[in-house]
Design a protein around this ligand. Structure first.
Ligand code: PDD
Length: 280
């Protein structure tokens, strides 16, 4: 695989980053994941808008222009012959030369790393036909989940708990209400209404979420942006999650309780179809 590091395209075993990089020492960095379908970047502009917001919230100087990011994405997709898959992009505060809690001077050069992951048949993932089983866990992450930082240890722990309990993913719960999945936004459906948590510092502002809510409204569905509980989700007609890598993924059970008929529902199936059609 060819990867990108600070302007260079290198074989992955020749790409290096300093041990003093603050991304490594302090998880001081942000990332984006853009999916690739049929060689095309999906929702690229939205991901760049969020990247710039994440960087600015952390006062990390944005090292590249949108055109540079786009060119690098395209170059990696071409060099690695990616038809379906994703591009991972990470920008960290870089290497100040030593470890210090204070941010280094603003002229410290950020580290930019990008790589691809091939996922043949990504749009036809078998899981989209069977749906995911979800378990609930307490949301123990920090209070600025709207910044897409690389501190992913708790979501990783929650994913492992989900697997240990025979499920596919975990929904995290704060003060009795669902925030989001380990790496996706969470939704329930009641009749003609789609319910998903309102935007705040408590969740990541999903790029897929924005697109799916727009398509839902265009399809004359009602959208309610508000918090919901696990009990309300278990009693809903349907549930699903969205992300750049899962698109719209149906959810069929929560903590062992079937949601609706316990199978992939028509709304989730339809929104997945619309999202993939409109994105391609
Ligand atoms: N995760 N919520 C969290 C906590 C996420 O990590 C993600 C994305 C989302 C969905 O955002 P979007 O629709 O913009 O992908 C919501 C990416 C895919 C990841 O970590 O791999």
């Amino acid at each position: 695989r060819t990867v990108y590091v600070n302007g260079d395209y290198l074989p992955e075993d020749q790409a290096t980053v300093s041990v003093f990089d603050r991304g490594f020492l302090m998880a001081d960095g942000v990332y984006e994941v853009v999916s690739v379908l049929g060689g095309k970047l999906i929702d690229f502009d939205g991901h760049m808008v969020r990247l710039k917001r994440s960087l600015s919230e952390l006062a990390i100087t944005n090292p590249l222009s949108d055109d540079d990011y786009l060119a690098a994405h395209r170059e990696l997709v071409a060099r690695n012959d990616i038809t379906d898959g994703l591009v991972y992009l990470q920008v960290t505060r870089g290497n100040p030369g030593d470890r210090d809690f204070a941010y280094p001077p603003a002229d410290t050069v950020p580290t930019v790393v990008m790589f691809t992951q091939a996922k043949p048949g990504l749009a036809d993932a078998p899981a989209a036909r069977t749906g995911w089983k979800i378990v609930s866990v307490e949301d123990l992450r920090w209070g600025r989940r709207d910044i897409k930082t690389v501190q992913l240890l708790y979501p990783s722990m929650a994913k492992m708990e989900a697997k240990a309990r025979g499920a596919d993913d975990a929904w995290m719960v704060q003060d009795g209400a669902v925030t989001e999945g380990t790496s996706n936004n969470a939704y329930i459906v009641k009749g003609n209404t789609i319910i998903t948590r309102q935007l705040s510092h408590d969740i990541l502002h999903g790029i897929t979420r924005a697109a799916v809510l727009r398509f839902a409204r265009e399809a004359q569905m009602q959208v309610e942006e508000r918090a919901f509980t696990i009990a309300e989700a278990q009693a809903a007609d349907e549930a699903f999650v969205t992300s750049a890598s899962a698109f719209v993924m149906p959810v069929i059970s929560i903590d062992g309780t079937p949601v609706g008929a316990g199978e992939v529902g028509p709304v989730a199936r339809r929104l997945r179809e619309i999202y993939l059609e409109e994105s391609l």
